[in-house]
Write a protein that binds this ligand. Sequence first.
Ligand SMILES: [Zn+2]
Length: 320
Amino acid sequence: MISCSAQSIEPQPTAGPPKTNAEPSRTAPKPAITQSHGVEFYRQNIGDITKNDNTISHGSIVSAKPQGYVISKSFFPAVAQNFRQRYLILHYTALDEEKSVRVLTQQAVSSHYLVNNLGDREIYQLVDENKRAYHAGVSAWRNDKNLNDTSIGIEIVNTGYILDSVGKKVFSPYDESQIKKVAALVKDIVERYQIPPVNILAHSDIAPTRKQDPGPMFPWKKLYDEYNIGMWYDEEMKQKFMNETTNESFAFEQNSIPFITKVQNGLKKFGYDIVPTGVWNRENLKVVEAFQYRFRPEIYDGVVDRETWAILQALNQKYP
Ligand SMILES: [Zn+2]
């Protein structure tokens, strides 16, 4: 029996070849494999949407070279395959350009790409897209954990934040040419791997208790409006949720256990790693702050006010 898929761990009750339509794939037209500088490439889509969750698949082929044997591509490719790359995570380096390069290439952290702030036409690649870079650390989103395994990481040169006299984080702006670079790079990656908008995330989304980057100065709305990248809420939907409360009624229920539980559940449903308890703790407030960096960057105090709550509901409705 040759069937060894992860689903069929139990022995099958009847022996014999599985009744699948494996045969047609031998005769189906195959994508052409081309050679360049000793590396094989396939440029057509080799996936099958009915057998994958992300499938527009093309790129280089990495193969074994066992001594005395030949690796044959006669039956290449199998239709059931997908990309490891399911998320795109954006960061700022909190360092200047030179230090960013040094740290991300010589130390225990890395990213696939580094976007400088020099106003030139270059984007630095530091790690092969097929390999894991060490950019996310301990992380979670929806049902996934350790997002280094399943993501592409982009670091953006930006000095991060300083604390002002009252302890508020004041973040550095990004320059326009840098954002254009990020947009072009993200678009290219997202299209090749069919990464959905809900999987284009900030480091602060997947590690909210530890991380702030790329911070509230990163223009998520602009990327959504001008490049159709990532998530944003619909204004009318937000207004509809705003109109369900008044400042008075909101203030009245704001600190009640049922309301706090509802908000915590809303954050969890959206994707954040948060345990609904009915009370706010320090970690929860950081989750709220991370949400505000991303979707209500004007005020990021970690307090769920009427607008924050309306935006969260609007997002959950749009991206269930
Ligand atoms: Zn980061």
